[in-house]
Design a protein. Structure first.
Length: 499
């Protein structure tokens, strides 16, 4: 529409009729209605634009489904409830707490990090998970329903050990942060952190990396790359992309992936096509296969899928996650839905088990470690960002990295409109920086910033043109803005360093 709200999305997958999702907004541009093949889903938002209520389409004579979300004054998730559509019966509830008692006192203070999460439900084992932190990193997650997790880290934030109840897995790295081995024995200091990868303790599983720092996986689950460090195969499954990065993936083995303006909006395997409708912020809303069980997504505020519910309001699938994303599938149709932790796509291994997560530009192994180095440099002001491979700075409870570029507040949503606005603002700021550096006679900085603007603009425009030429069109707009920005930033850094 005139203010760039997405109001309609049409897609046609070969051999299938057109799939259409329509959106409506209130006077404050907050979404209030989503229409698709299921019917009308009603949305209510608070004054800050956060989703307050999702009421899925009604099926006469059945309980239906409604989700309610509440937030703290600081905008953190405080409560989520799953109820019947008439708001009469509670099905499940999630409580989040951020208060902490100062040791040795009775003083209770608010904290920016989640201290506990309580789940009440008849479908999964209910329990309360309590979290502890040190240096802003997660140290433990103790669950009354089990299991319990404990972590140790090296000085730069790589996970040295993960203890699940009584079983501990240890990890070793080289100086660049590349994973060298993992196993049940701690190993020596030299084995845990060496200039180049050292052999791990007896019985450990070795890992190797190529010259670009890309993890090559294991013998049983190899990862392969081309000369541009693009992942070409995961565990023997060929990966295909629209461009030269990993962001816009179009095929995984024989599964065709359809990328829309809000994420993957359909995927096709053989004769089965599954359509995914999303909220305007990208959160998955409904799943509609051409045959089989249709379902609604029961998602927490960060987008993680907790349950799948059929249109009549009955639970047909469920998921539980470790702090760093290890995924346990419940019964029913859980295995057929790939959108899980923080709402992202999870690969399936050759044996049918949950595998790597595809997080934007990189693949992630649920051990707190990406398989490729970060393209974005860290910030000395936050030492947690200085490692090239670790996930979310060691705090997966409060931070998330769905883009594969940098961690953000786990409970904030970023949409296409924001990407466009930030891109335009960045261009204005960039031009101002060039002028200021010239005024201050900072020739290298001015040249670097100017180069970045030219390269970034060119890459972004080229990306958009290629997208239009290949028929992807508007679906690639937000991705192209991000790709252009990253290219411009890298070009700026190169010029400033080498001029």
């Amino acid at each position: 529409d005139a203010v760039d709200n997405l109001i309609s999305y049409h897609q046609i997958v070969s051999g299938q009729p057109a799939d259409v999702t329509n959106y409506a907004y209130d006077d404050a541009n907050r979404p209030n209605l989503v229409q698709n093949a299921f019917g009308f889903t009603q949305i209510a938002s608070d004054d800050d634009g956060r989703t307050k209520t999702i009421t899925f389409p009604e099926q006469a004579g059945y309980p239906g489904t409604r989700l309610d979300y509440d937030y703290t004054n600081a905008g953190q998730p405080e409560l989520m409830t799953w109820k019947t559509r008439d708001n009469a019966s509670l099905v499940a509830k999630w409580d989040y707490k951020y208060t902490k008692t100062i040791p040795g006192t009775s003083i209770v203070v608010d904290t920016p990090q989640q201290q506990s999460r309580q789940v009440t439900s008849s479908f999964v084992t209910a329990g309360t998970t309590t979290y502890s932190y040190s240096q802003q990193r997660l140290m433990s997650a103790t669950d009354t329903a089990g299991p319990d997790y404990t972590y140790t880290y090296d000085n730069v934030g790589n996970i040295l050990s993960e203890k699940i109840d009584t079983t501990t897995t240890h990890y070793g790295y080289d100086k660049a942060g590349e994973l060298c081995w993992q196993g049940g024995t701690a190993g020596t200091t030299a084995q845990k952190l060496s200039l180049t990868c050292a052999a791990g303790p007896a019985g450990s599983t070795p890992f190797t990396s190529d010259a670009a720092g890309n993890n090559l996986g294991t013998t049983g689950a190899p990862l392969t790359y081309n000369d541009d460090s693009q992942v070409t195969a995961v565990g023997g499954k060929t990966q295909t992309y629209l461009d030269q990065g990993n962001d816009l993936r179009t095929k995984s083995a024989t599964t065709l992936l359809i990328n829309g303006p809000l994420g993957i909006t359909a995927f096709k395997e053989g004769g089965q096509t599954v359509y995914i409708s999303r909220l305007p912020d990208g959160t998955p809303l409904t799943s509609r296969p051409t045959y089989g069980t249709q379902s609604y997504f029961i998602t927490e505020q960060d987008g993680s899928v907790a349950f799948l519910v059929d249109p009549f309001g009955y639970n047909v699938g469920s998921y539980t996650y470790s702090p760093y994303g290890k995924t346990t599938l419940g019964p029913g149709v859980s295995q057929y839905n790939p959108f899980r932790w923080v709402g992202q796509w999870q690969e399936t291994t050759a044996s049918g088990d949950p595998g790597l997560y595809k997080l934007g530009a990189r693949y992630y192994s649920t051990t707190g470690h990406f398989t490729q180095p970060d393209a974005m440099e860290g910030n000395l002001g936050d030492p947690r960002t200085m490692t090239a491979y670790n996930y979310a700075g060691g705090d997966p409870i409060n931070q998330a990295d769905p883009s594969g570029y940098s961690a953000v507040d786990r409970f904030k949503k970023f949409v296409k409109k924001a990407d466009g606005a930030l891109g335009k603002a960045g261009q204005v700021i960039g031009v101002a920086e060039v002028g200021y550096n010239l005024y201050k006679r900072r020739w290298k900085k001015a040249a670097a910033k100017a180069t970045g603007l030219v390269v970034g603009g060119g890459v972004g425009a080229g990306c958009s043109a290629a997208a239009s030429a290949t028929g992807v069109g508007v679906a690639a707009v937000p991705i192209c803005g991000t790709v252009g920005g990253v290219a411009g930033d890298l070009a700026s850094k190169y010029v400033e360093k080498n001029l």
